[in-house]
Each structure stands twice: as structure tokens, then as C-alpha cells.
Design a protein. Structure first.
Length: 234
């Protein structure tokens, strides 16, 4: 699959919508977080939506803290915390591969670096995460910073206002401390700067819809120490 970026593919993200939220993101307390609607142009979004991988093909990524499904890029086995494999994956259609290639590009990474003020310089994770009825993730804090940016792109239509499913932000590892929870999960993005205060999770889903998302993690990497957020154990 010999894909190459061109100017059309560079328009795969609605950067105008992104940049309009930059100052709001940078000024959030107690950690930087944000929510952006219409993150993809409609044509791209509908292609992603219609070609989102079948959740029946996902691996069970559940543990004591969560009930969820996951699919890795370029891997058959779900490997927690392992960096993504570079390049294309023929399991996915051309548009998904274009997005993956773009997510590895300097343009994509530098735009998010400028948006957030977080010195990210490399793609670390690119994986599909989904929930069904009963799915959840308890509030938690990774604290793998200081230079990690987590982006959750949503591909779920007909989500009602007030229903659980989006990645919420909280002041503590406690659902009673939620300060933001997205309900528009149709072509939208929730993101946060990972750090000691960045509590987040997903309330238990009680509807019969499927919450479909793509997680992209950007992080600083240097040749001396590797990933600033920590290197996976061998």
C-alpha cells in the first residue's frame, strides 16, 4: 500500500476548528483539556464512520478498572502501552491509512504542538477503542507526562445529551468530581495534556449503542532517554 500525502490529504483535519479552541485548551484548570466539534471534513468523516472496524473483531481490553474493546494498528494482539508500529496496515481501508500516515507527519504533530503548547514530536499510539452496553472505565490518572497529549476521536451517531460514553475530565479520581463530559460523539474530539492532575474516565454505558473511538497519543521522544512518558518494559 504505497500511500503518499498530498494537499488534499492535508485537509483531513479541520484545523480552523482546532485553532479556535487553542487558548481555551491552554487556560483550563487543573489541567489542559478540550473538546472540538466537526474535527473532520464531512466527506472524510462519513468514510471513517462507514468503515470503522467491526467491534466483533476487536480484542477484549478489559481489566478490573474497565470493560472495553480494543484493536491495535499493525498488530493482531492487543499490547497495552506498546508504541504503534509505523506505516500502513492493510486491515484498514485507504482513508484510515491516510489518516495514520498523516498522524505520523510533521505537519500533524507540529499543529498539535502549537495548539497545545506541549512539546510533542512523535506519534506513540494509534488504536481503536470501543464500548458497548455495560462498558466503562474508572476514573484514573496516567501521570506519564510532562510531554504527552491524548486525543480521543469519536465516531458514534445518535448519542443523547446526558448519556454516558464520552471520555470525561475530573478534578480527582472520583466520578463525583467530573468537570466536563462530552455528549456529542458524532465527528468530535476530546483531548487532554497528561499529567499529575489529569483525571479522566468513562461512565458506564446504559444504552444499546456502540461508542466508537480512535485514540491518538502524541509524545516527546529523544534519542537519549526514549519516550519522555516512559518506555514499555521488555
Amino acid at each position: 500500500m504505497g500511500l503518499q500525502l498530498n494537499q488534499t490529504k492535508m485537509n483531513i483535519i479541520n484545523w480552523k476548528n482546532v485553532n479556535e479552541k487553542s487558548e481555551e485548551f491552554k487556560n483550563q484548570k487543573p489541567f489542559k483539556f478540550g473538546f472540538i466539534k466537526n474535527i473532520f471534513p464531512e466527506t472524510f468523516y462519513e468514510n471513517f464512520y462507514n468503515n470503522y472496524p467491526k467491534i466483533d473483531d476487536f480484542k477484549d481490553g478489559s481489566d478490573m478498572s474497565k470493560s472495553q474493546f480494543a484493536m491495535e494498528w499493525g498488530k493482531e494482539k492487543y499490547e497495552k502501552c506498546e508504541p504503534v508500529i509505523p506505516g500502513p496496515d492493510e486491515k484498514f481501508n485507504e482513508t484510515w491509512n491516510e489518516l495514520k500516515l498523516y498522524a505520523e507527519s510533521e505537519e500533524f504533530i507540529s499543529n498539535w504542538r502549537n495548539f497545545s503548547g506541549v512539546p510533542v514530536n512523535r506519534l506513540k499510539h494509534f488504536k481503536f477503542i470501543a464500548y458497548r452496553n455495560g462498558g466503562f472505565q474508572l476514573p484514573h490518572i496516567h501521570n506519564v507526562g510532562p510531554s504527552t497529549l491524548v486525543l480521543m476521536f469519536y465516531f458514534s451517531k445518535n448519542w443523547k445529551h446526558g448519556e454516558a460514553g464520552g471520555t470525561y475530565m475530573a478534578t480527582e479520581e472520583d466520578e463525583s468530581k467530573i468537570i466536563f463530559e462530552p455528549y456529542d460523539l458524532d465527528n468530535s474530539l476530546a483531548l487532554f495534556h497528561d499529567g499529575p492532575n489529569s483525571a479522566h474516565g468513562t461512565r458506564m454505558i446504559t444504552n444499546n449503542l456502540e461508542r466508537k473511538a480512535l485514540q491518538i497519543t502524541l509524545e516527546e521522544f529523544n534519542d537519549d532517554v526514549g519516550w519522555t512518558g516512559g518506555n514499555p518494559k521488555s
